[in-house]
Design a protein around this ligand. Structure first.
Ligand SMILES: *Cc1c(COP(=O)(O)O)cnc(C)c1O
Length: 414
């Protein structure tokens, strides 16, 4: 094995760390109770050691190739852009195993849990995508898996609950608060504190206390590393614009990461505009948020004038969260990234555009990024090259789309 591998086992790791307290500028950090300090520090030490270890990196890369199906393809959407002169490329995370980018991070964190000698993993899930990815990684690596899920989310996502159970995970219903993602995260953290000797917490996005925002970004940055090389191969140059949807922000950080040092590449995150940009009706933190702390990190937060966290709404469960990854808030504050929103109706239009013209059913989350391009395609110059991250597949969303459009099964296209 070449000795350079021992210095830099993978270009994904260690290239842009926050400061030693986990801050990206004024965002990030660690806002945790006393009881979590020791486990979070142990996790940080273990992660910083693992990412320098060629054996850990080699096993991760092997599983990404043979189990997840990486690299995922880059596909040029020629039908959707016919006559516009714009070249639109789609990074196909929808084709990763389990149908979304979340598996990249779940495998990485589950490998780390096993390396730390843990036998049990806890995770939170909203719509169930991160829960399914974590249950999958745990089945593969022989770890016990407990997924906390709000009671209301369990009712809405019964199929994903069953998928997790088939993979051998225990899904625990959370009846506190609004019975959704926010409450599931609280319960998962409580379990972790109580069982820390045996248990790791696998967090699903670039959120939470340091080191999670860094670690999850690094596990997801394989998306951008692949896409950058694939763009150079397919178009002979870098894209002018990279677009990704932003819930917590992990698929967007994953694809942006490779382009942050390329000043010619604009980076755009698309948030959920929901029904309207009014309190409780959306999840566009960059449109209506202010700095605040939630779940262990300081970032932009949708809150009222007293600092109470506001309810959120989006047609896509994966974007429906009141805060956003702290690195996004920082990159926006220094002007490197920008953010816009797409409302529920426009997202459904974007879904239909790519479904009918390209034969791809994107997730409703990803449809927000796609819809942004659809809405702005006339403003691009001929020859512009746009890259969109298709974070996941839409099979999970077909029932909610059908309900929303009030469709009977008639055989007529929508
Ligand atoms: C969970 C999810 C998202 C939102 O999470 P990020 O951390 O913002 O990427 C987006 N798309 C899909 C398909 C998801 O499952």
């Amino acid at each position: 094995m070449p000795s350079s591998l021992h210095v830099n086992p993978s270009p994904l790791f260690g290239k842009r760390d926050p400061d030693s307290r986990g801050y990206f500028g004024e965002f990030g950090g660690r806002f945790i109770p006393e009881t979590l300090v020791a486990p979070v520090e142990a996790l940080t030490a273990a992660y910083f050691e693992a990412r320098r270890d060629p054996e850990f990196v080699a096993e991760l890369e092997h599983l990404l190739a043979t189990f997840v199906g990486r690299p995922t393809p880059l596909y040029e959407a020629r039908n959707a852009t016919a006559g516009t002169g714009v070249r639109l490329f789609l990074k196909r995370e929808d084709l990763a195993h389990t149908g979304a980018h979340k598996i990249n991070n779940a495998i990485g964190q589950a490998l780390l849990a096993r390396r730390m000698g843990k036998t049990r993993v806890v995770a939170e899930t909203g719509a169930g995508q991160h829960g399914v990815a974590t249950a999958t990684a745990c089945a593969l690596l022989g770890l016990e898996c407990i997924v906390y899920m709000g009671a209301q989310d369990m009712a809405r996502q019964a199929l994903n609950v069953f998928r997790m159970q088939m993979l051998g995970a225990t899904v625990t219903s959370v009846d506190a608060g609004s019975q959704t993602l926010k409450d599931a995260i609280n319960e998962a953290m409580r379990d972790w504190v109580a069982n820390v000797a045996t248990t790791s917490y696998v967090l699903g996005s670039v959120l939470g206390p340091h080191p999670y925002p860094l670690m999850v970004r690094e596990f997801q940055s394989v998306i951008g590393a692949e896409a950058r090389a694939q763009m150079l191969d397919a178009a002979g140059r870098l894209p002018d614009l990279v677009v990704a949807c932003v819930g917590g922000g992990s698929n967007a950080m994953g694809i942006f990461d490779a382009f942050i040092g390329d000043p010619s590449v604009q980076l755009l995150g698309v948030e959920a505009g929901g029904r309207a940009i009014a309190d409780g009706e959306h999840a566009a933190r960059f449109a209506g948020g202010a700095p605040g702390v939630l779940h262990g990190t300081r970032s932009l937060l949708l809150q009222d004038t007293h600092g109470n966290v506001l309810p959120t709404h989006s047609v896509s469960a994966g974007l429906d969260y009141p805060s956003v990854g702290p690195e996004h808030a920082w990159l926006a504050s220094i002007g490197r990234t920008r953010y816009d929103w797409i409302d529920d109706d426009a997202a459904l239009d974007g879904f239909g555009w790519i479904a009918r013209l390209e034969g791809i059913l994107p997730a409703l989350e990803s449809s927000h990024a796609i819809a942004w391009v659809q809405r702005h395609v006339q403003t691009f110059k001929a020859g512009d090259v746009v890259l969109v991250n298709v974070s996941g597949r839409g099979d999970k969303d077909v029932d909610s789309i059908r309900a929303r459009l009030g469709l009977a099964v008639t055989g007529t296209p929508v």
